[in-house]
Ligand binder design. Structure first.
Ligand code: HPA
Length: 263
């Protein structure tokens, strides 16, 4: 069973030049995932790929069935989930094409079901470090190995979308310490933690966030930048996959331990 999963965001609907082994539609108690899961062989390693917005980009961020997607990866045996996503840059050091290995999240989403435990059992998982520290270290090592400059930490503000933000909202997130703004890391990261799956994100800055640049924000700019970054992103991903070690030593694998509320 493949233990590495990849979730592709805007502009990443397939993985180029890799061997497709098979496609699998996974049925989940939460309904249908965004798409079929594609089993791929990359440099001899089996991985599972899912297009977060569907392969035709038909699902907006607030309508993604995050629980079905994470459940699907879990059902397929995935232990490490590499998430790719487009973000707006808030930190003035960031430019379109910059890559951030985020280490923190500010969750500004509303109305998204953000837990698997909303029935009889109550769990409170530790989320002080929302991204797997081991995966973050591997991303950083891989970036160094392929000679790609990345910001090795950064705070990701997750907004609900689908609209882009106002200038005042971005100023507010900036004061709160956010470096980038995107629409999909939550509840994905929290659900992965509840599923005891390691989760790390490669956030690609596709535009300067609202008010950081005076330009009108467009989806054309987002997709164009992702397309221009695709060679770098693929190189980073391939090296990351080859550097992931079989054993996990991070806290993610035991996230449910001591997290259940006892009567
Ligand atoms: N805001 C929110 N999400 C995004 C942006 C943005 O500016 N760019 C790409 N995804």
């Amino acid at each position: 069973m493949p233990e590495i999963g990849i979730i592709g965001g805007s502009g990443v609907y397939r993985m180029p030049s890799v061997e497709l082994i098979r496609e699998e539609a996974v049925d989940t108690p939460y309904g249908a995932p965004s798409d079929t899961f594609r089993m791929l062989r990359i440099s001899g390693i089996e991985v599972v790929f899912l297009a977060r917005h569907g392969s035709g980009h038909t699902i907006p961020p607030h309508k993604i069935n995050y629980r079905a997607n994470i459940w699907g990866f879990k059902a397929l045996g995935v232990k490490r989930l590499l998430s790719m996503g487009a973000v707006g840059g808030i930190n003035p050091l960031l430019r379109p094409g910059s890559i951030v290995v985020a280490d923190q999240i500010i969750d500004m989403t509303t109305g998204r079901t953000s837990t698997f435990y909303d029935k009889d059992e109550v769990y409170h998982v530790d989320f002080s470090e929302p991204f797997c520290p081991e995966l973050r270290a591997v991303f950083t090592e891989a970036a160094g190995a392929v000679g790609l400059p990345v910001l090795t930490r950064g705070t990701y503000a997750c907004t609900n979308g689908p609209r882009f933000e106002t200038r005042a909202e971005i100023r507010y997130y900036s004061i709160a310490g956010a470096d980038v703004v995107g629409m999909t890391a939550m509840p994905e990261a929290a659900l992965a933690r509840e599923a005891e799956i390691c989760y790390g994100t490669i956030a690609t800055v596709t535009n300067s966030a609202a008010g950081i640049s005076r330009d009108k924000l467009t989806t054309t700019e987002v997709i164009e930048t992702i397309n221009e970054s695709s060679i770098n992103l693929n190189a980073l991903l391939l090296r990351t996959i080859s550097l992931i070690k079989a054993q996990r030593h991070c806290p993610c694998k035991d996230a449910l331990k001591d997290a259940k509320m006892m009567k």
